[in-house]
Design a protein around this ligand. Structure first.
Ligand SMILES: [Zn+2]
Length: 64
């Protein structure tokens, strides 16, 4: 018996992009809910910028 999860075409597969900046010591990690991540940065601003770029590249709705 195969009872897999029903596939609904048209349903958005992406849960949206939610970037979080995690600080650990003097390093910052940027992670997104979509699985995207960046290596540790020593600059929080840089981590944030990369996160913002990721959102743009992903076409996330940020309100143009
Ligand atoms: Zn993302």
């Amino acid at each position: 018996m195969h009872s897999e999860l029903p596939v609904s075409p048209g349903t958005a597969q992406m849960p949206g992009h939610r970037v979080e900046i995690t600080e650990r010591g003097s390093f910052c990690f940027a992670n997104c809910s979509c699985g995207w991540s960046r290596p540790a940065r020593r600059s929080r601003d840089l981590a944030r910028r990369e996160a913002a770029e990721h959102l743009e590249e992903s076409g996330a709705d940020q309100g143009t």
